[in-house]
Design a protein around this ligand. Structure first.
Ligand SMILES: Nc1ncnc2c1ncn2[C@@H]1O[C@H](COP(=O)(O)OP(=O)(O)OP(=O)(O)O)[C@@H](O)[C@H]1O
Length: 240
């Protein structure tokens, strides 16, 4: 496809004698947002780790902007901003020193570091030591480091974990603006209302298997106000 930002082809993962992810294929076009939805242990983080290149698929290939994760590693990594789940920052640094450290790693200047802190509402808190941050503030700092290099593809693992309603809504607004600016976003969530509010497409996962993939609009049309929750339940039922 002409404007594919991410192409996942027949990717699967086995580890410890267990199939964590059964073969899956999907394409994410430029400027689109795709939500990987599923409960605990569905395989969401495993898929995201393969997409960012920190875990190698057992089978299949992944291309971001036409680049291969393993044979073109450095160029590939530059296309991606990653917000991992449950990452611990070095607690002794304040937010400003932390974001400047990541800016240095990404080859990004101080102005951009200040801009991303502003985007996630942490300018006022920039002198505060990160270990004094609430969970939601740490999440926002993690998002800020993912945004630093204005990557073509943002990969966000449970980005709304710990966010209060104000920041949930702000994240939706921010993702909408990033989309409009041509960024593509792949994120995981177990909160289907978040996927419904933010994503263009959703993939439903259960125990490492895709049980449904469709546009959020089509799920809304089919299930009305009950939305993605009803669509997910119906998909689960069909596969039981
Ligand atoms: N290296 C590994 N070896 C064996 N099993 C693993 C490994 N990594 C993950 N798993 C298992 O794979 C399954 C999928 O895990 P994963 O973290 O991808 O799920 P998830 O959908 O992100 O779940 P959660 O919402 O709980 O974070 C789980 O059962 C997990 O225990």
């Amino acid at each position: 496809m002409g404007n594919a930002c991410l192409e996942v082809n027949h990717v699967s993962k086995k580890a410890g004698g267990k199939t964590l992810v059964e073969p899956l294929s999907f394409t994410l076009d430029t400027g689109r947002v795709l939500a990987l939805c599923g409960g605990n242990g569905a395989g969401k983080s495993t898929i995201l780790k393969m997409v960012v290149g920190i875990s190698r698929p057992t089978t299949g290939t992944i291309l971001v902007q036409g680049l291969d994760a393993h044979s073109q590693r450095a160029a590939y990594a530059k296309q991606i901003g990653y917000m991992p789940d449950d990452f611990q920052f070095s607690g002794g640094l304040n937010a400003w020193d932390t974001i400047r450290f990541y800016a240095g790693l990404r080859g990004v200047g101080e102005q951009r570091a200040a801009d991303v802190l502003e985007l996630v509402g942490l300018t006022e808190a920039k002198g505060k030591t990160v270990f004094r941050f609430s969970k939601g503030m740490r999440q926002r700092l993690l998002l800020a480091q993912a945004l630093l290099a204005q990557p073509a593809l943002l990969v966000l693992d449970e980005p709304t974990n710990g966010l209060d309603p104000y920041w949930m809504e702000s994240l939706s607004d921010l993702l909408t603006r990033l989309k409009a600016a041509g960024h593509s976003v792949l994120f995981s969530t177990h909160q289907l209302d978040v996927a419904e509010a933010v994503a263009d497409e959703a993939i439903f996962l259960n125990q490492g298997r895709v049980i449904q993939h469709g546009s959020v609009e089509s799920f809304k049309q089919q299930y009305g106000a009950a939305g993605l929750n009803a669509a997910f339940r119906a998909s689960l039922k069909r596969t039981e």
